[in-house]
Structures are given as structure tokens and as C-alpha cells.
Write a protein that binds this ligand. Structure first.
Ligand code: CUA
Length: 344
């Protein structure tokens, strides 16, 4: 004869099945944190992101201690005061306990202060006046790309930010359209780019490498495709890069077939190429565009096939893209692409 399961046993079995169903997904979610992603918040490579991690660490330990304390008291209470079945009357009923009530009001306030004081002071530190000699970068959020201006070096670029190792950087975040957010988790944390104000984020990178960033404030159609790259390099490499970027393109560029096709296709209305008559400022500057590793807000790798794909129909790559489909002929595309690649 089959013995019917007790309600408790069948509830335990059902809970077991639910846990078994969730485990693979939980494992998968945890695994996503294990890759060598350059967007993992668990790996800081600047003074700012390391300080943020320290605060996370402190909060985690405080929470762990509280969890153990609360669960410990609960378990002791459940065991010590459990019903034995021999009770004849209700236990003593207690109403109100002033010292306890004061205690559980003050304790959370103290805990919140332990979290709030370091957090708020770091927020202020990370937007404090930068030191003399800091690298200033004017970052402007566009729909949908990032413009980076280097006023001390007198040039402008797009979606690719080089910064020198060990030198403080003061990024001045702005927008002339909707709200965007500058988010580079391993290097610069996150701060909003708000029209009509300048937000600062100051930090010093401490590891050479390539880091990824992404807009983190919903800004319509191609928000998810609004990315950028940060390259942290030695001071010498940075100076070399900045000097090259600030140098106008060779004055022979104007005479090239590529430039004529570029001009004929009206690209000059929106894009600038320093050293030529192209001085449009609606789209990204294309000065030295061929030296960038990626383009279209870092969505595409810089190569011939991708440039052709882009020129054929920009909105097919980035929905809602402000660059119109110019209905370029294959001949125009085949002339403009090598020209863009030559702008090193
Ligand atoms: Cu810009 Cu989202």
C-alpha cells in the first residue's frame, strides 16, 4: 500500500523541483560575471572604480554580519520557543518595549550612515576640481555617438578616448540634445550627460589596456548602440597619439579622387576633415578617422566591408541614425571607402 505523503513532504518536494529548475539559469547568470569582460564592475582599473569597489566590499561585509545576526537570533528563537504540544495556556503576552524600540530605530540609522558617509563623500570627490596638469576631455553625448574634445591639444574625435596612465583625467560631460550617461565601468564609473549643465568625472587610470563604455541612459532609438572605447596608454604613446590627431590631414587630400567623391556626395555638409574645406559639425569629425579601430559609435570594426555596409544604409546598422541614406552608387562608395581609410 502506498503511504500518502504528508503535506510538508510534498511541499518540500515541490520546492526542491523549483530550485532544480532555477539552478541552471542561476549558474548561467553567474557565469556571465566570469568572462574577461572589460565592462565588469568587479574589476576596477582607476582610483575611482577601486574606491567604489571598496564601498561595495564594506557594504557586503556589513550585510553579511547582519544576515548572520538576524538569522541566528531567529533560529535560536524558533528552537527555544517552539510549541511542545503540552502548553495549557498562551505564553506571557508582551506589548511594547521602549529600549528595544529605541534600539531598532537607532541601529538602522547607524547602519545607513556607515553606507552613506563613504558613498556621498566619494560622489563629491569624483567630481571635485581636478589637479593642475590633469587631462581635460570635453565629452558630449549625441544621438547616438560620443564626441570627445581635447582642448589642451586642440582637436576633436569620436567614440574613441585615449588617456594616459597615471595622469588625472577630468571629463566634462555635456549634452546638446537629450540626457545620456557616460558609463565605463572599469575606469570611469557612470555619470549623466545633461543638456544645459556640465557634470565632471575625475579619475586616474592605473592599468594600460582597452576598456569599453556605453550610454547608460535611455536616449531613444539607438541607445543600445551608443558605445565608446577607452584606451589607457603610456604618457609617451598618449602624447604621440594626441599630436597625430591634432595634426591636420595632408594638404594633398583635397586633390584626391576620394575627397572629390566625398564632397560630391555632400558628406562635407555634416563632417569635418581638418586641413580641407570639409567643416561640417553635425556628425562626427572624420579627421584621422582611418586611425580609429571602430566607428559608428564603436558598433562596427573599421574595415572596408563595414564602411561599405555603413555607407549603403546607416539606419540598417543603427536604427534612427541621423545620417541619412544618401543613396550612394557603388562607384561612389568604392571611391569614398578607401579615402576614409586613408585618413590615418
Ligand atoms: Cu545616449 Cu542612451
Amino acid at each position: 500500500m502506498r503511504i500518502p505523503r504528508s503535506p510538508l513532504a510534498s511541499r518540500a518536494a515541490s520546492a526542491g523541483r523549483s530550485i532544480a529548475a532555477v539552478l541552471p539559469w542561476l549558474g548561467l547568470a553567474l557565469l556571465t560575471g566570469c568572462n574577461e569582460s572589460t565592462m565588469s564592475t568587479f574589476e576596477g582599473h582607476s582610483d575611482l572604480t577601486k574606491s567604489i569597489l571598496d564601498i561595495y566590499g564594506t557594504i557586503t561585509w556589513i550585510d553579511t554580519a547582519l544576515f548572520i545576526l538576524v538569522q541566528g537570533v531567529l533560529i535560536v528563537a524558533v528552537i527555544k520557543f517552539r510549541a511542545t504540544g503540552k502548553e495549557t495556556e498562551l505564553p506571557e503576552q508582551v506589548h511594547g518595549n521602549l529600549p528595544m524600540e529605541i534600539g531598532w530605530t537607532i541601529a538602522p540609522v547607524l547602519i545607513l550612515m556607515m553606507i552613506a558617509i563613504p558613498t556621498v563623500s566619494l560622489i563629491f570627490d569624483s567630481q571635485a576640481q581636478a589637479k593642475d596638469g590633469a587631462l581635460i576631455v570635453n565629452a558630449t553625448g549625441k544621438q547616438w555617438w560620443f564626441q570627445f574634445g581635447f582642448p589642451q591639444y586642440n582637436f576633436e574625435t569620436a567614440n574613441e578616448l585615449h588617456i594616459p596612465l597615471g595622469r588625472q583625467v577630468d571629463i566634462r560631460l555635456q549634452s546638446d540634445n537629450v540626457i545620456h550617461a557616460f558609463w565605463a565601468p572599469q575606469i570611469a564609473a557612470k555619470r549623466d550627460m545633461i543638456p544645459g549643465r556640465v557634470n565632471h568625472i575625475t579619475f586616474t587610470a592605473d592599468k594600460i589596456g582597452e576598456y569599453l563604455g556605453q550610454c547608460a541612459e535611455y536616449c531613444q532609438d539607438s541607445h543600445a548602440l551608443m558605445k565608446f572605447r577607452i584606451e589607457v596608454e603610456s604618457s609617451e604613446d598618449f602624447e604621440k597619439w594626441a599630436k597625430a590627431q591634432a595634426t591636420p590631414q595632408a594638404d594633398t587630400v583635397d586633390d584626391s579622387e576620394g575627397y572629390k567623391a566625398f564632397q560630391g556626395a555632400t558628406c562635407v555638409a555634416c563632417h569635418a576633415i581638418d586641413g580641407t574645406n570639409a567643416q561640417g559639425h553635425i556628425g562626427p569629425s572624420l579627421t584621422h578617422v582611418g586611425s580609429r579601430k571602430r566607428f559608428a559609435a564603436s558598433v562596427l570594426e573599421m574595415n572596408e566591408a563595414n564602411l561599405k555596409l555603413w555607407l549603403k544604409d546607416p539606419s540598417a546598422v543603427k536604427p534612427g541614425c541621423k545620417m541619412p541614406n544618401l543613396k550612394l552608387t557603388d562607384e561612389q562608395i568604392n571611391t569614398i571607402v578607401p579615402f576614409l581609410q586613408s585618413l590615418k
